[in-house]
Write a protein that binds this ligand. Sequence first.
Ligand SMILES: [Zn+2]
Length: 116
Amino acid sequence: MDSVVARKRLEEIRDELDRSISVLEASGPRRDQAPEYPQDPADAGANLTETQRSAAMLTVARQQRSEVLGALNRIDHGSYGICADCGAKVPEGRLEARPEAARCVSCQGKRDRLRR
Ligand SMILES: [Zn+2]
C-alpha cells in the first residue's frame, strides 16, 4: 500500500477511535452516579453488564489506538509494511484489512500464542 494512502487511512481510524474512546469514557461513570429512574435488581444487573462491556470496548479501542499510532510512527521512519519481528514485507492484503498491523500473519500468530 502506498504510504500516503496508508497514513490517511490510519489517521481516519485514529480519529474514529478518539471519538469512540471519548464517548465510552463519558458514558460509563456518569450513568452510574446519577440514575435517572429507580432501578430494580434486573436493571442493575443489565447495567453492570453494559458497564463491563463499555470497559472492555474501551480497552480494545485504546490498544488499537496505540497500534495505529505505532503504524503512523513507522510510516515516519520508513519502516511501514515491514514485519517488526522477521523483517519480511507484510502482505498488501493484510495491510488492506488491518492498516495498523505491525507483523506478518505468522509472527503475529506466534505473539498471540505467547500472550495467552
Ligand atoms: Zn514476520
